[in-house]
Design a protein around this ligand. Structure first.
Ligand SMILES: *Cc1c(COP(=O)(O)O)cnc(C)c1O
Length: 217
């Protein structure tokens, strides 16, 4: 099942788009199937849940943090994750930088954008993203490599198109600023019900769960 789904998606989705398998609630053996089917990128939402899977699988996968990260989890998170997609404050960035400096690590991070400007939603408001990235850029043990967004939750992917378009525009504006230490490589947007629209709007990284693994329990 999983292997067939990956094969079908990989042939449909252009090669320049990285597929991150969103593996919350899935087992280590399901993740191993993902790796066998040729994907390498795996996204986890919770440090504690990722920990056990990381112990079983290790560096065979490239681990993305795609859930909200609390500062008191950073110490463990940087031992697991290869990239953190959900930086949404300077304080969080500073903590990642400090903890990485102890390990002589440089962590690629993305800034999560609250592109639907929703209250109580994770991410930075679009109008504050450039300033946050400018503030983060001097930190030596962090490299900003792109933007991530969820967009509003809706059944109809057309309803999130404006949020995705806004995020793409922001991505391009920030690229043009040529901020030292910032390389805007990844635009992470698109989930199972929205990845087609997201790719049309310029995404080069989609995070797919249900469409690969089936419905979550
Ligand atoms: C669960 C999750 C996804 C994937 O969602 P599906 O609808 O199952 O594809 C993508 N991104 C984030 C941040 C998630 O938490």
């Amino acid at each position: 099942m999983i292997a067939e789904n990956v094969k079908r998606l990989r042939s449909e989705i252009p090669d320049y788009v990285t597929i991150v398998a969103a593996s919350k609630t899935r087992t280590a053996s399901e993740i191993l199937e993902i790796l066998e089917s040729g994907l390498k990128d795996v996204g986890e939402n919770y440090v504690q849940e990722a920990e056990g899977k990381f112990e079983a699988i290790g560096n065979k996968a490239r681990w993305h943090c795609i859930g909200h990260l609390q500062r008191n989890k950073v110490k463990r998170a940087i031992e697991i994750f290869d990239i953190i997609q959900t930086v949404d404050s300077f304080k969080l960035a500073e903590e990642i930088d400090k903890r990485c400096s102890y390990l002589s690590k440089k962590m690629p991070v993305m800034v999560e954008v609250n592109s639907g400007k929703e209250e109580n939603k994770a991410g930075v408001l679009p109008e504050n993203v450039l300033q946050l990235i400018t503030e983060i850029s001097p930190l030596k043990n962090i490299a900003v490599v792109g933007l991530m967004t969820m967009g509003p939750f809706t059944e109809d992917p057309e309803e999130i198109r404006p949020s995705l378009r806004l995020t793409r525009r922001l991505f391009e504006e920030i690229s043009k600023e040529k901020i030292e230490g910032v390389e805007m490589k990844y635009l992470s947007m698109g989930m199972s019900n929205s990845y087609r629209v997201a790719i049309e709007e310029g995404s080069n990284m989609v995070r797919l769960g249900t469409i690969i693994f089936g419905e979550r329990q």
